[in-house]
Design a binder for this molecule. Structure first.
Ligand code: ADP
Length: 228
């Protein structure tokens, strides 16, 4: 096993410029994440959690500092390089499932393969993932015929269909009732344990963090104030 971290961040700053005003969303973040970790990111609204995800996921470039994701230096990537990173290296799951209502569950998943121009046949391993997610019998259903928890598990399948080394989940249970939240957290835990999928999860809920991961990172005002 390699000793390279999957994410390495040194003195990361991110400043947004809005209507002549600078918003310092991240103000010197240092972070190292090893392959196979499950990390919960906590912190109040506006503390910079999503911004950190957007930088790690290549949605927005860092203003200053070093960000290496799967061996790539993000400050050196062009827009095109970041697009490539999003296709191959990170999968995103959001609070809103963002499924296309006219497509079946399976079509919602495979569209991510088409976008990434992934022509490999769907692997047996991925079929096992669908089983872990508990949606292998729901693939022909459209989103309206699925529960919220099932929709989120379809969204998770879509996020990892191209086999990215990192899964970024931004409040994945924020729209779910307790029972469906537990099911989704359980599947994330299983993906992490069974497949060694590296997962970073933003959550407001300390219980969700506790249920999934041993490493809890707390962000406040653009800085990491706790990491244990
Ligand atoms: P969190 O995810 O913890 O709620 P965010 O990363 O969304 O925090 O926001 C951190 C700060 O950056 C907030 O002050 C927010 O208003 C600001 N911010 C986030 N995104 C943008 C943007 N695209 N343009 C300008 N300001 C932004």
């Amino acid at each position: 096993m390699s000793h390279e971290p999957i994410v390495e961040i040194l003195d990361l700053h991110k400043t947004y410029h809005m209507g002549g005003v600078d918003v310092h969303a991240l103000r010197g973040v240092n972070l190292r994440i090893e392959p196979g970790e499950f990390v919960a990111l906590l912190g109040p609204s506006g503390s910079g959690k999503s911004t950190l995800f957007h930088v790690i996921g290549g949605l927005t470039p860092p203003t200053r500092g070093v960000v290496r994701v799967a061996g790539r230096d993000l400050s050196k990537l062009t827009d095109r390089g970041r697009t490539e990173l999003r296709k191959t290296t990170v999968g995103f799951v959001f609070q809103k499932f963002n499924l296309l209502p006219t497509l079946t569950a399976l079509e919602n998943i495979t569209i991510a393969r088409d976008i990434a121009e992934n022509k490999e046949p769907i692997s047996q391993q991925f079929r096992n993932v669908l089983e872990i997610l508990g949606i292998d019998r729901r693939l022909e259903h459209r989103p309206y015929a699925l529960s919220g928890g099932e929709q989120q598990r379809v969204a998770i399948a879509r996020a990892i269909v191209n086999n990215p080394p990192i899964l970024l989940a931004d409040e994945p249970t924020g729209n779910l009732d307790t029972k469906n939240s537990e099911l989704v957290l359980e599947t994330l835990r299983e993906l992490n344990q069974a497949l060694g999928q590296t997962i970073l999860m933003i959550t407001h809920n300390p219980e969700a963090a506790e249920a999934c991961s041993r490493r809890h990172i707390e962000i406040r005002d653009g800085l990491i104030i706790r990491d244990d």
